[in-house]
Design a protein around this ligand. Structure first.
Ligand code: 5GP
Length: 144
């Protein structure tokens, strides 16, 4: 997929937003859905997806929706930090396949980082155990 293409309404995150595909939720309000990444690069890896937009990436996000969406990204990042107390946090976002993007609905990654721990593979490997993700999501959601 290139940086510029048609929005695919059947991408996996669009299906989650419509409730057609399950996810382990951390936050669900009128602006955004946040849930645990199924291939976590570190324990607590969370994704924040905007609702009611057909934006494949940050470049396509309507500017007037960016503020409320970024408030949710920050809110989830704060909650991840309070719940898991990592040494650091990566908050990142990829635009286009050459940049590392694999799902074409805008999302931010929130990835806890700890001294001496290397980042696991991006968007691959074995999926995380659902019960483990639910435990982490409950701990994070307690701070939202
Ligand atoms: P991107 O590569 O587009 O920046 O990030 C997509 C993210 O979505 C990856 O970190 C990948 O692990 C995650 N992901 C892909 N499919 C699923 C899924 O079905 N469920 C969940 N929870 N995460 C997914």
């Amino acid at each position: 997929m290139t940086l510029h293409d048609q929005y695919d309404p059947d991408n996996i995150f669009a299906k989650m937003l419509r409730g057609e595909v399950p996810c382990v939720k951390v936050l669900d309000d009128d602006v955004a859905l946040a849930f645990m990444d199924i291939f976590p690069q570190a324990e607590g890896h969370t994704l924040v997806v905007p609702k009611d937009v057909e934006a494949r990436n940050l470049l396509e996000m309507p500017a007037e929706k960016l503020g409320p969406y970024m408030e949710r990204v920050q809110k989830v990042a704060v909650a991840v930090e309070k719940a898991l107390k990592p040494d650091g946090l990566v908050v990142t976002q990829f635009n286009g396949a050459p940049a590392g993007q694999t799902v074409y609905h805008l999302h931010f990654h929130i990835i806890p980082r700890n001294e001496g721990e290397s980042l696991r593979r991006h968007a691959g490997g074995d999926p995380a155990d659902t019960e483990t993700l639910k435990g982490l999501a409950d701990r994070i959601a307690a701070y939202i």
